[in-house]
Design a protein around this ligand. Structure first.
Ligand SMILES: [Zn+2]
Length: 394
């Protein structure tokens, strides 16, 4: 965001004191990250424009993106939150901003046969599986290209992993608030910038696709600026902030009927000097990946090893650890079908474990680690290691 004289300002509070804190690793867009001294928002500014269409990338650097599989992962992860909000029957109007491959739309229809959904998605190439469903009105474009009058009002506005991509996060939230009926709810999920404090981080968090990087503190400030009342949904998943809000003027309604853990403010906001510490740690950890890769190599010499998770952790192991992925069966249920191979190795669905004998499964995933572990056990895997465990021992 810029002011009229093109001086950058904070998208959330309009503050002009933006402190540059660093350059993301491997940025393709000349990104630099600034921290707002007033509200703590971390914002990317770019010196190069993106090309009109990027190739999908599973990179562990800032150029990760364009795979468009993330929403399926998240709908599964917030299933219990959705069930608390959405009735099992009766008319209920939902707008899904960035409907992607339709994972949420399909979930909503299976939940409530009377539901009506407006789905907004700019990319026509990924909407064919739900475009013609009679309960879905699909609009191609970005939210900011439509008028509130055209879209109408909704009982629930869903904004899963769109806010961080917006041209202006504040404008997007204001528009979301306008789309709500009285007592309507807004469900928002964004990546949690607190992840930069993880001891074992090897992936660049500040990717080129994200213009905004929120912690709970800066997200709460943004909700305040947008006159939305923010309630933090408790979550076991530290990689994402999942929040429910209502219009600040709402006095009663569905919020009274569901239990929401009010955010208590017991965490530390991210401060500008943490960026340097984080980046040093990423570089140091990438160096340690060489011993993780060696351990995997030793394992694969004695036994048949499947790697489950073919995105950023695998990329980091190959690029920075020197791991050779053709030694392993590579599995990724979300990626298979969208991308054929990673680092020259075919990406399989987990069905392959019904046909191929595997001694050891190595989980290269973070927020979906426990889901994968459960699935791997169901499919008969007896020896399972996570990246977390391997890294801690290296
Ligand atoms: Zn600010």
């Amino acid at each position: 965001m810029t002011t009229d004289n093109l001086k950058p300002c904070c998208d959330s509070c309009g503050g002009l004191e933006l402190i540059p804190i660093g350059i993301p690793l491997g940025t393709q867009l000349g990104a630099s990250i600034s921290w707002c001294s007033s509200c703590g928002l971390l914002q990317s500014f770019y010196s190069r424009r993106p090309q009109s269409r990027h190739a999908p990338s599973v990179s562990s650097n800032a150029n990760w993106g364009n795979i468009r599989h993330g929403k399926g992962v998240r709908v599964a992860a917030i299933d219990s939150h959705l069930r608390r909000i959405i009735p099992e029957s009766g008319p209920f109007r939902v707008i899904d901003i960035g409907s992607n491959r339709g994972d949420l739309c399909k979930w909503l229809i299976s939940r409530n046969p009377d539901i009506s959904i407006t789905a907004i998605e700019p990319d026509r190439s990924i909407t064919s599986t739900y475009a013609d469903h009679h309960q879905i009105t699909l609009l191609h474009g970005k939210l900011e290209e439509f008028s509130i009058e055209k879209l109408g009002n909704f009982d629930l506005v869903v904004n899963l992993h769109s806010l961080e991509h917006a041209r202006s996060a504040r404008s997007m939230l204001l528009m979301c608030a306008q789309l709500l009926v009285d007592n309507g709810l807004l469900l928002v999920e964004v990546p949690n910038a607190e992840i930069i404090r993880s001891e074992d981080i090897v992936e660049e968090f500040f990717i080129d696709k994200h213009s905004f990087h929120f912690d709970i503190h800066s997200l709460q400030n943004l909700f305040d600026q947008s006159e939305l009342s923010f309630q933090y949904l408790s979550s076991t998943d530290t990689h994402n902030i999942t929040a429910i809000c209502s219009k600040a003027s709402t006095e009663s309604g569905i919020l009274d009927e569901i239990e929401i853990d009010a955010f208590t403010g017991s965490f530390k906001p991210i401060l500008p000097d943490e960026f340097g510490v984080y980046q040093e740690r990423v570089l140091g950890n990438r160096n340690r990946l060489k011993s993780v890769a060696q351990r995997l190599k030793n394992l694969a010499e004695r036994q048949s090893v499947a790697i489950w998770g073919a995105t950023r952790l695998l990329d980091a192991l190959v690029v920075h650890g020197g791991s050779e992925p053709n030694r392993f069966t590579v599995i990724d249920d979300y990626l298979s079908g969208h991308i054929s191979d990673v680092h020259g190795v075919r990406v399989e669905s987990s069905d392959i474990l019904n046909h191929v004998e595997v001694d050891v499964v190595v989980i290269l995933a973070r927020s979906s680690e426990s889901e994968i572990r459960t699935k791997a056990r169901t499919l008969g895997a007896r020896h399972i290691y996570s990246f977390r465990e391997l890294f801690a021992d290296s």
